[in-house]
Design a protein around this ligand. Structure first.
Ligand code: PEP
Ligand code: MG
Length: 762
């Protein structure tokens, strides 16, 4: 994660390397010679000025492969011979993901691809930046050294600036002799696999999100006038945001509101403004300064691999594009008048405010090349009810405006120019979903009772205020898991007591009497808060997180408890603690909670009518201390996501291992069975709130094991309830007893066979 220091801008004018390179590049472009000789001069120049052993330029071919066009340092015979396939090697990765790679020992990188004809086995360190124009990657510029070293931020900036100039001149044909080739497979059907970030299915026509403004002029003729342009642009940017965010469709509260407010604050960020000013002072035009700062910050933020900073980068990209449009005199809503009535928006990346520039009555779907389910644009898309797919790498290159497209915000697929069969299948699917939705809606007020009369409590998982309306819509019994850390993660600063009280009160108000189980902050590990210092950890998932932080540094936990106690005044408060690893920890937690209750009474505040304190069962050690733990808690909630990852020692976020083990295997099922038994013995309510509870087949097994309460994403309530209404819990229990006695490993196929025989849709 970039520290504030690491994020400090360098004053570009003071970088001699950059100045020398810029001057010489201008001369090279003006000198007589063909495109190839210019490229040769450029690699020679860069290697000399940056003191690297190698500098190479790869340019993109029509089929997406990257061809070595010029090199200083690698075998000259490899030029125009070496071609990296789309996405191959580190160079392919830079091009495909549009990122900078800075590796001190590149051959050790999992994506490294060795080409013997280049002689590159000698080189360890590698810095590679995309050569891009208007968001399109045209090629890759690479430097390499024999020694193992990490290139400095200054090196990165110099190489990126060089790539900018190469890109600009590629477009004008001044280097490489001709227009670069782009993949022209824009007439056939294609499917892109991304991930669903906002539920729904949309059929429509492609609108390419405003391609980036091309900055044509890099160096300023009149720096004072450029500074004036920058200042005027910033003023207009801020005013336009105020107007946009005041829009009535967004006026209601919700987590999207927090996201947008944080975004607005970013536009006022002094560090950003200072970096822009310094870039203008160094001799760039205001437009080039915006692009420079955007690129150099992107490199630093993306290098952290930290989701929080990556999301901030998207906000910055959004703001930078907006500022570029203002500087170029174009309105953000240009061309939006001609939107088709079934617009499917394609964007390389997108900030939350940009989506709002579009006429929502015409927006059906959204495809973003980067962007996860937690991205800010995803949160806004969900709030607007637009089907969206993120992580759709390569989508932009493969479409043209006006193409037909289908966004499957359920499976995460995007169909480009779908055939009539696919359109028909999806039209059916949309109809089917609407019908199913009506059926589920019809079940809304039907209690979830099995055929043999077992009432199952169905609850939703939530984390944002925007999730809360689902509680009433789905007819769920309550909120089984409210992940409070999301509010903290979306905030720029530590939410103070007042803001926390407001947030939890709003949640309880929307719950309208239905129980809400608040989970105390589950931060640390991979969920870092940028405003809290956190040590770098080798294994964050089993590191200093959740309850461990709360016990070592109780201030934050106590302030959160104080907020819960205030927010739930006069009501019942359900509070649960994540990552409990030993029964004794609950004594310490209860003592902290009691301290807060006493303090509250002392100040004459009314506390909650009743307080139930629970533990999440996520760490296997407590399975062997259940008799002790269950005496200390009012309820247990199984966090099966973490429990399974720890039981199988398989990182839930690592796709190589996450799907290696089946949740429907006898080992975890035996663990869960023993838990249900122990809870019965101690008369302690138990529930499951991990993802498995939301999948009908797994929910069926949980009921078979004896769970009578489960919590899941809101969209799962309908399918799970429908399964329950067709289930005889005695038969699944009998089957499980038999299978768990005799089987090993996964029993999924046997369970599926059972469901089929019983006519239960799972
Ligand atoms: C879990 O681990 O199952 C859980 C519900 O918590 P989270 O997914 O937030 O870690
Ligand atoms: Mg967990």
């Amino acid at each position: 994660m970039p520290s504030e220091r690491g994020d400090e801008p360098r004053v570009i004018a003071s970088q001699p390397a950059l100045r020398v390179i810029m001057r010489r590049l201008r001369e090279i472009m003006a000198e007589p010679g063909d495109g190839q000789s210019r490229l040769d001069k450029i690699v020679h120049l860069v290697a000399g000025v940056m003191v690297t052993d190698v500098c190479s330029i790869y340019l993109k071919r029509q089929d997406g492969s990257l061809e070595l066009f010029a090199t200083e340092g690698l075998n000259a015979t490899a030029v125009h011979q070496t071609r990296m396939k789309r996405g191959e090697g580190l160079v392919g990765r830079v091009s495909e993901l549009n990122i900078t790679i800075n590796e001190s020992d590149a051959p050790k990188h999992p994506s490294f691809s060795y080409r013997p004809e280049t002689g590159e086995e000698l080189y360890h360190s590698l810095l590679a930046v995309p050569i891009r124009r208007s968001g399109d990657v045209l090629g890759v510029l690479v430097v390499q050294n024999r020694t193992m070293k990490e290139y400095s931020d200054e090196d990165v900036e110099v190489l990126q600036a060089t790539a900018m100039v190469v890109a600009e001149n590629l477009i004008s044909g001044a280097v490489a002799g001709s227009e670069p080739e782009f993949e022209i497979s824009k007439s056939i059907s294609a499917v892109i696999k991304g991930h669903a970030i906002s539920d729904g299915i949309a059929l429509g026509h492609v609108v390419l999100h405003e391609p980036r403004i091309v900055v044509k002029k890099l160096m300023a003729d009149d720096p004072v006038a450029e500074m004036g342009r920058l200042e005027a642009g910033m003023l207009e940017l801020r005013a336009s945001l105020d107007e946009l965010l005041a829009h009535e469709t967004l006026a209601n509260d919700g987590e999207h509101r927090d996201v947008l407010e944080a975004y607005r604050m970013f536009a006022h960020d002094r560090g950003w403004e200072r970096r822009l000013r310094e870039a203008v002072q160094s001799g760039l035009t205001a437009d080039a300064a915006v692009e420079r700062v955007q690129n150099s910050t992107r490199t630093r933020m993306l290098r952290t691999g930290d989701a929080f900073w990556q999301e901030r980068q998207r906000d910055l990209d959004d703001l930078s594009d907006r500022l570029l449009r203002i500087l170029s005199g174009r309105k953000s809503t240009d061309n939006h008048d001609e939107l088709p009535p079934d617009t499917i928006l394609f964007a390389r990346n997108m900030g939350p405010a940009e989506l709002l520039d579009y006429d929502q009555s015409k927006l059906r779907g959204l495809v973003v090349e980067d962007g996860s389910g937690q991205s800010h644009v995803a949160i806004v898309a969900k709030a607007l009810g637009i089907a969206a797919v993120g992580g759709a790498i390569g989508a932009i290159e493969r479409v043209s405006a006006g193409d037909a497209a289908i966004v499957d915000g359920v499976s995460g697929q995007v169909h480009l120019r779908p055939s009539q069969d696919v359109i028909a299948a999806y039209t059916d699917k949309v109809r089917f979903r609407a019908r199913r939705q009506r059926q589920y809606e019809a079940l809304r007020d039907v209690p979830a009772v099995t055929k043999d009369g077992k009432r199952i409590s169905l609850n939703i998982n939530a984390g944002l205020l925007v999730d809360m309306p689902h509680l009433q819509e789905s007819g769920a019994d309550g909120v089984g898991l409210f992940r409070t850390e999301l509010h903290f993660m979306l905030s720029h600063t530590l939410p103070r007591l007042k803001r926390q009280i407001e947030a939890y009160s709003a949640v309880l108000k929307q719950a309208d009497g239905k129980p809400v189980v608040f989970r105390a902050l589950d931060i640390g590990g991979d969920k870092e808060l940028p405003y809290l210092r956190h040590p770098k950890e080798e294994n964050p998932a089993i590191g200093w997180r959740a309850i461990r932080m709360s016990l070592d540094r109780p201030a934050l936990f106590r302030s959160q408890v104080r907020a819960f106690l205030h927010a739930a005044a006069g009501q019942e408060l359900h509070l649960m603690v994540p990552m409990v690893s030993a029964a004794g920890e609950m004594d310490q937690i209860r003592a902290l909670v009691n301290k807060e209750r006493t303090r509250m009474r002392k100040f004459g505040h009314q506390g909650p009518k009743k307080l139930k304190l629970g533990a999440m069962l996520e760490v296997p050690s407590v399975l062997f201390e259940l008799d002790q733990l269950l005496q200390k808690v009012d309820f247990i909630s199984v966090g099966s996501n973490d429990l399974l990852q720890f039981l199988f020692a398989a990182d839930r976020g690592n796709s190589y291992v996450a799907n290696r083990y089946d949740s429907l295997s006898v080992a975890p099922l035996r663990a869960l069975k023993s838990l249900v038994k122990a809870c019965k013995r101690h008369d302690v309510p138990v529930t499951v709130c991990g993802e498995m509870a939301g999948r009908p087949i797994e929910a069926m097994v949980l009921i078979g094991l004896g769970f009578r309460s489960i919590s899941m994403p809101p969209a799962s309530i309908g399918p799970v309830k429908s399964m329950i209404l067709n289930l005889d819990s005695r038969s699944i229990t009998a089957l499980l007893n038999e299978l768990m006695r005799d089987s090993t490993g996964s029993i999924r196929s046997k369970i599926l066979r059972f469901a089929k025989a019983e006519g239960i849709e799972v």
